[in-house]
Design a protein around this ligand. Structure first.
Ligand code: ATP
Length: 255
């Protein structure tokens, strides 16, 4: 497998008025890796993900996907290039069942309009893909269950399935374990681990156990800047990270 970055940023800056939320960030993601982004609240992690998915434009700098700039492209065009993303808040359709939620994600991605869904072949492809991703996410037995009737953990798994339904090569996941209990967290950790033979993952997550279990590399952000980037071992043993972030995180967690 090529080790050329699938995604790279150069001198990425995003300002909100006078606030620099992302400050001169050079970041890269290699094919097939799980790359976690850590940092305290307000460090700029979500803003970085929003820049990578094209949801907001940079103030300065560049995002390259497979070496090509994504600037000037719409979110949908970027998604069709192969970048899928999930948000911190669950954005499923509660009245639709699991299968319908995944079909909808796939149709929206393919550009299908509800009323004018003509092609049977396309519709079959959408259903097949939806079932396939439910299988991947261990939700086939819930295919016909309305999303509203599922546990919170299952809803978060469905959200990952909906991203997969858009056939990405790179997935950007913003706190996929947020609000979960221990057991659900480990279920999703195992699920994400199982995806690595087919997908590249960028993950924002506060659950340290999951991050250190899952990630190949970690980038730590503080105040909009990259404090350190490296393998899990490099991050675990970095004095800078320990002083500035892990110590603080530990104190917050035990307070
Ligand atoms: N749309 C916006 N308008 C103004 N300021 C914003 C906007 N989005 C983010 N910010 C500010 O940018 C900074 C970085 O926010 P961001 O949400 O990226 O941090 P984060 O690391 O993801 O934090 P958290 O872990 O709490 O989600 C914060 O000071 C935030 O208030």
């Amino acid at each position: 497998m090529s080790n050329e970055p699938i995604l790279a940023t150069h001198g990425l800056i995003r300002r909100f008025g006078g606030l620099v939320a992302v400050s001169d960030v050079d970041f890269d993601v290699r094919p097939g890796e799980i790359h976690a982004i850590l940092g305290p609240n307000g460090a700029g992690k979500s803003t970085l993900i929003n820049l990578l998915s094209g949801e907001i434009p940079p103030s300065e700098g560049q995002v390259l996907f497979h070496g090509k700039p994504i600037q000037g492209k719409s979110v949908r065009q970027i998604a069709r290039m192969g970048i899928g993303r999930s948000h911190q808040k669950t954005n499923i359709f509660p009245r639709l069942n699991c299968l319908q939620n995944c079909e909808l994600a796939s149709r929206i991605h393919m550009g299908g309009v509800f009323g004018s869904w003509r092609s049977r072949q396309r519709a079959r492809k959408v259903s097949e893909r939806a079932l396939e991703v439910l299988e991947t996410c261990h939700l086939v037995h819930r295919a016909y269950t309305p999303a509203a009737d599922m546990s919170y953990g299952e809803q978060r798994q469905l959200q990952i399935a909906m991203v997969l339904a858009t056939a990405p090569t790179l997935m950007l996941l913003d706190e996929p374990m947020a609000g979960m209990g221990r057991e659900e967290t480990w279920q999703v950790t195992e699920l994400l681990k199982s995806l690595t033979d087919r997908y590249t993952l960028v993950l924002i997550e506060h659950d340290m156990d999951s991050v250190f279990c899952l990630a190949d590399r970690i980038t730590v952000m503080v105040d909009g800047c990259v404090l350190e980037s490296g393998t899990t071992d490099q991050i675990r043993t970095s004095e800078k990270v320990r002083d500035v972030y892990l110590g603080r995180h530990h104190e917050e967690a035990t307070a």
